[in-house]
Each structure stands twice: as C-alpha cells, then as structure tokens.
Design a protein around this ligand. Structure first.
Ligand SMILES: Cc1cc2nc3c(=O)[nH]c(=O)nc-3n(C[C@H](O)[C@H](O)[C@H](O)COP(=O)(O)OP(=O)(O)OC[C@H]3O[C@@H](n4cnc5c(N)ncnc54)[C@H](O)[C@@H]3O)c2cc1C
Length: 430
C-alpha cells in the first residue's frame, strides 16, 4: 500500500522575522486544506504556505474508506488528492503528524502540540470533524469510521465477521452496512429516528434507500434505542462476540459493531480563540470568521450561502474541495462569494444516489420516477415552486439539470415537472 508519512521528524525552518514574505498557515491537512493550499498558489500568492495536519498523511480521499476500502480485493491504494511532488513544486510546506494546540488571533500566532510557535499573516482553519463516539455503556466496543486507520481496522474485522450490527442509518452507517452486506455478512441496522439518512434526504428518498437495503437482505430497524453493548459470555451460544441490547428488550448478537452516528466538528481551536460558532465556525461568503485574518472552510465551517440567504453546514466531498479553493483564493484577495449548490453522492448496494440542494427543507416533492432498487428521481420544491433540491439514483444527468434549476431560483411549471417524459433540462429557465 502506498502510504507515505510526511513530516514526522520534519524540521521546520524558523519564520523569517522581519522578512517581507507573508505567511499563510492552514490548520488541517484534509481535503479542504489541501485544495486551499494549491489554490493560494494558483491565485498568485508568493508568500510562505504551511499546511499543518495531525494525521500523518498528506490530504487523502475519505469516500473510498466506507466503500472500496471495505470491499475490494486486494486492499486498494490510498487515493491522495495531490502527488507528493505537487507540494514541493508549489513550495507548500507540509508539517504532518502534529496537531495545532493553540490559536492566538491577536498575536497572529499558532502553537503546535510539540511546543513550537509559528507566526502567521493569515490563517485558515480546515479542521473538519471526527467520528462521534457512542456514549452508552459498552460504547467502546463499537468501531467508528473517519480516518484511513479506522477503515483498515474495520476491514480487518469484517474479514471474519458473520454478523454485523451498524448503529445509525446515516449516510456513513448505511454505506458501511452496504459494504458489510456485499461481503456476505448478516447485517442489522439500528436507528433511533423513524427513517434513513436523517436530514440528508427527503422522506421519499429515505424510503427508497430503506427499500434498497431491505431488498438486499439488510435487517433495518427504525425508532430503536440502543442501550448498551455487552461482551458476549459465550460466543457459541450468544451468537457473536458482542450483544447489542436495546431499550425495548430486544438483543442483537454481533461479531462486529459499528457506530455510524455522525461526526463532531473539530471546534476546539476556534472555541479557544473566541471565534463565533453556530454548530460550525461562522464564516461569510468569503470564508472570513469573526476574527480578522482568520478564515475557515470545509466541513468545520458554517458558511453564509447567498442563494439560501443563511448559514449552512455541509459534510460533503465537493463542498470540502470547492470551499477550500474559494476560501484559499479569498485569502489572496479574490472577492467572488462562494455559492456552490450543495451536492453529495453515496454508493450503496450497487446504486449511485446523488442529492443536490436541501431536499429535507422542501414544501413538497414531485417524484418523477420510483422504481426501486434501480431508479429514483424526485424534485423538491420550495413554497413558491422554485426547486430547492433534487434526488436521483443512477441518473447523474438529472442531477446536473437539477443544480441549474436550483441555482436559477425561479418557479417551475409543476405540471410539466410531474410529467416524467419531459426532460428536466427542458425546465431550466433560459
Ligand atoms: C468514510 C467517509 C466516506 C465519505 N463518503 C462521501 C461520499 O461518498 N460523498 C461525499 O460527498 N462525501 C463523502 N464524505 C465526506 C467528505 O469526505 C468530507 O466532507 C471531507 O473529507 C471533508 O473535508 P475537510 O477537509 O473539511 O475535513 P476533514 O477531511 O475532516 O479533514 C480535516 C483534517 O484536519 C485535521 N485536524 C483537525 N484538528 C486539527 C488540529 N488541531 N491540528 C492539525 N490538524 C487538525 C484532521 O486530523 C483532518 O486530517 C465521506 C466522509 C467519510 C469520513
């Protein structure tokens, strides 16, 4: 496997005090941070760029971690966003395997966990999130997934697991459930809420996904409260290494328990620095936080979206990339507000589901195609009949048209929308 730890033992040149070369520090060497660094150079920034990350790897793709990294043989290579040489060519200094412990926006200084202090002219927080842990008795028995190491640990355990219990029917929980099922395990999904994928989809989209899993033989249970996880007394009679005990008395034996109960944003630095926080670090459409010269991007940010007129928090691949790029450029003087239409995809049980916009906020939904498990296309409307979201399975073209409809902000002809023979493209206002 192509794992190249960088920066462990890396010696950092001292900041050039008194030099005219300005310094941008990026805290968090994930997707948003990596793209921001490259974008700063593309925007013509000639100063020093330092990309600091607590993981030992240069920025890599997380989406395969819940998909191919759990199912493919042999173990897939890690997919990095940029080859190592790119950072050298672009004169981007990588400092990996060391967390930033403190941010002082007044002194314009960060302090690393190993005690080193670095001064900056502008700093970008791209600290993303970590997997939420299960806070119940025995919660430590449940594995979680955010990092490459997490994925490799789950992969190793999946190899021998006959029975898998996934706690949480969010996107990651269901992707892990789908991967475990693909590997032939008996899979049970236990979810507190009444439907799948929470607010990432509309109720219609949730039912499509639920059907997909049930048709593939996944035992999906909603409105269940998991109370504790116990180590089994006798694996042979208890049916697995663990027993997942629910409040209603039902118990599920498992060889492997995984908690996919969402992520927690890494806000400690922002809190300690006194930045405005509303579930994420509050930034405007240029990525500026409440402190001067401090910016934030990606999963960790609650960013103002001009199209929706309010702050959004997203956890998606394209947002991490494009927000990182936009804010990286804004730090170098670009004044274009970031207004990407929210979009994510998920791959489960052979189906590629894509979601654009904010379907959970729809006043009503027009389902154009519903043929599970193969096809699903739904358009979500706001109260004024403008398109607020589109959900489509195995239909990327519909999603592209949907994004244009969302961006237009104009009401659509609902009768034509309801007629599935009219291509969505034809409804885009000229
Ligand atoms: C398993 C998985 C599957 C996914 N699949 C999909 C998918 O199919 N489709 C989709 O649209 N999206 C998917 N996503 C979401 C997407 O990968 C994320 O939205 C994206 O990775 C967010 O990037 P980020 O850079 O904002 O944050 P992160 O990727 O979380 O990166 C933040 C980095 O900052 C580091 N950091 C944190 N605190 C500090 C500190 N104090 N000092 C230094 N470094 C620090 C962290 O260690 C981390 O490396 C998936 C995510 C996961 C976890």
């Amino acid at each position: 496997m192509d794992l190249h730890p960088w920066g462990v033992g890396f010696t950092l040149p001292p900041r050039e005090h008194g030099s005219m070369r300005p310094t941008h520090i990026i805290i968090g060497a994930g997707q948003a941070g990596g793209w921001a660094a490259v974008a700063m150079r593309q925007a013509g920034f000639a100063g020093r760029i330092l990309l600091i990350g607590e993981e030992p790897w240069r920025p890599y793709e997380r989406p395969p971690l819940s998909k191919a990294m759990l199912t493919a043989e042999p173990t897939p290579e890690v997919q990095y966003f940029h080859p190592a040489a790119k950072y050298t060519e672009q004169d981007i200094e990588l400092l990996l395997g060391v967390p930033v412990a403190e941010l002082d926006p007044v002194a314009h200084r960060v302090r690393l966990a190993d005690g080193r202090a670095l001064d900056y002219d502008r700093v970008l927080l791209t600290t993303g999130g970590r997997a939420r842990r299960l806070a119940i008795p025995g919660g430590e028995h449940a594995l979680t997934l955010r990092t490459l190491e997490d994925a490799l640990a789950i992969r190793a355990r999946l190899a021998a697991a006959r029975r898998v219990v996934c706690i949480g029917a969010g996107v990651i929980g269901l992707e892990i459930a789908a991967s475990a099922r693909t590997r032939g395990a008996e899979v049970t999904v236990l979810e507190t809420l009444a439907g799948a994928m929470g607010r990432a989809v509309s109720p219609e989209g949730a039912r499509f996904v639920e059907r997909l899993h049930r048709d593939a033989g996944v035992d999906v249970r909603f409105a269940v409260a998991v109370e504790r996880i116990e180590a089994a007394h006798r694996i042979e009679t208890d049916g697995g290494r663990f027993v997942v005990q629910c409040r209603d008395g039902e118990a599920f034996p498992a060889d492997l328990v995984i908690a996919g109960i969402g992520m927690q944003r890494n806000l400690a630095l922002a809190e300690q620095a006194g930045l405005a926080i509303e579930g994420g670090i509050v930034v405007d459409a240029l990525g500026r936080t409440s402190a001067s010269d401090v910016f934030a991007a990606g999963d960790v940010a609650a960013f103002f979206h001009p199209l929706f007129g309010r702050h959004l928090r997203l956890e998606s691949w394209r947002h991490a990339q494009n927000h990182g790029i936009a804010v990286g450029k804004a730090m170098c003087g670009d004044t274009a507000p970031y207004d990407d239409v929210p979009w994510f995809w998920t791959d489960q049980l052979g189906v590629n589901l894509q979601v654009a916009g904010l379907p959970a906020e729809a006043a009503r939904t027009i389902v154009r195609v519903n043929d599970p498990p193969k096809a699903f296309i739904a358009v979500h409307l706001a109260a004024d009949d403008s398109v607020i979201g589109v959900t489509a399975a195995n239909a990327p073209r519909e999603i592209r048209a949907g994004q244009a409809l969302i961006k237009s902000g104009k009401p659509v002809d609902v009768a034509r929308l309801a007629d599935a023979s009219v291509p969505l493209q034809q409804l885009i206002p000229r």
